[in-house]
Design a protein. Sequence first.
Lengths: 241, 300
Amino acid sequence: MSDTLLSVQGVETYYGNIRALAGVNVEVKKGEIVSLIGANGAGKSTLMMTVCGSPQARTGSVIFDGEDITRLPTHLIARRRIAQSPEGRRIFPRMTVYENLQMGASLDNLKYFNEDVEKIFTLFPRLKERQSQRGGTLSGGEQQMLSIGRALMARPKLLLLDEPSLGLAPLIVKGIFDAIKKLNQTEGLTVFLVEQNAFAALKLSDRAYVMVNGQVTMSGSGKELLANPEVRAAYLEGGRH
Amino acid sequence: MEYFIQQLVNGLTLGSIYGLIAIGYTMVYGIIGMINFAHGDIFMLGGFAALITFLVLTSVFVGLPVVILLLVMIAAAMLTASLWNWTIEKVAYRPLRGSFRLAPLITAIGMSIALSNFIQVTQGPRNKPIPPMVSSVYNVFGIAISLKQLIIMFLTVTLLAVFWYIVNKTSLGRAQRATEQDRKMAALLGIDVDRTISVTFIMGASLAAVAGTMYLMYYGVTVFTDGFIPGVKAFTAAVLGGIGSLPGAVLGGLLIGLIESLWSAYFTIDYKDVATFSILAIVLIFKPSGILGRPEVEKV
């Protein structure tokens, strides 16, 4: 199957002796938007980080573009063009917005920087206004934009987004989701995202996985899962009770 | 008044040397959060490399111009010290990364002792003098400024400018700052964190080696224990200026140099170290993060 970009096969990840992922299988095809939904502590962010090799999977394998990247160090995985906007955003607090974006373009040594940064500024005009401000002084929403922008600067083949809507006003969330959709449609960007905002994520996605206690319990197209009564009860209508 | 300015010049010279060493402490602390106690001995080792180069060059090429002699000495010292610091990081500190905080600290003390004993065994325990290399002294409005002092200040300013440029304007410097602020995120962006840390050790060692060469030239003598006291002073300078802050390290170095020479000039020389460390204690009581240091708590 040549159109599979990312394939996670039977992955188990541990923090010390605690098993965070218990045999996860996930597949992302080229050009897809795939989302991963689930409650707090289900292991969604761990899966994102395991794909990037930090921590590495103890068993199972992660295949990217036909290559086994399970045992590669994180920076070499990044150089395969997997970019992540991670949990907690992880903006460099004492670097300016501009420098944070430059860090995103480290892979090509700033070769396409001027061209790409304009795109990011068009996507998030707020970042342009704030470009010489330190990352640590931005509001949560601005940091989120910067984190996504920084990931895009790497010209990724696969974009991993961990909770892009966290802490953002609904209007900005819509803006970000529209931007993701647009990048997906015009540039064929493959996106794998984790979301608490299940409704928006499922609407956006081609396919989705539901994760509970470190295991994938359900998968299907975004529409199927939106219609699924269990998913509706657990993630769309305010909990089981 | 002339006496005061004279002491100021002497203090700034000494402070320049402390500042150059202090940068190595502060950079390593910034990037991996440990105090490299072997750094003072890297400084001493740089001095010895310069000494050996001096002896070899002056016996093989008699009458070599002093400028060339000095430049080769500095280059040899930088190379040797970098190689040692790089190796120490690789074999002694890297395997302990992620271990409990005291482990690399204790190892660093071990490395410090190992290095000074190594020099003691291979080079002998006695003082190693060299004949004066530059002896011109200029008289500016009644103040004696030696060429040695001018060389030291000129080199320090030049190196700081180069260093400032690397850290603030190049992709290497950006990678260093990113690694310092969030190592995991730097790796996620494709930065080779191990390599960046190695480069940091090399840069710190290079500056210490220049300082070691200057120290040798200034005092005309070195000995295997010479890493300790200047090392501790430079470490103090880094803490005084605010550990982790590059301008702080330089400022701290200059301050300590000034305190030392002014105290020796106006009070008793026996208590100059007491004075230095008392001022450190007082500053830390009122500003625990040092003069230019940032408070530990930060909004992320």
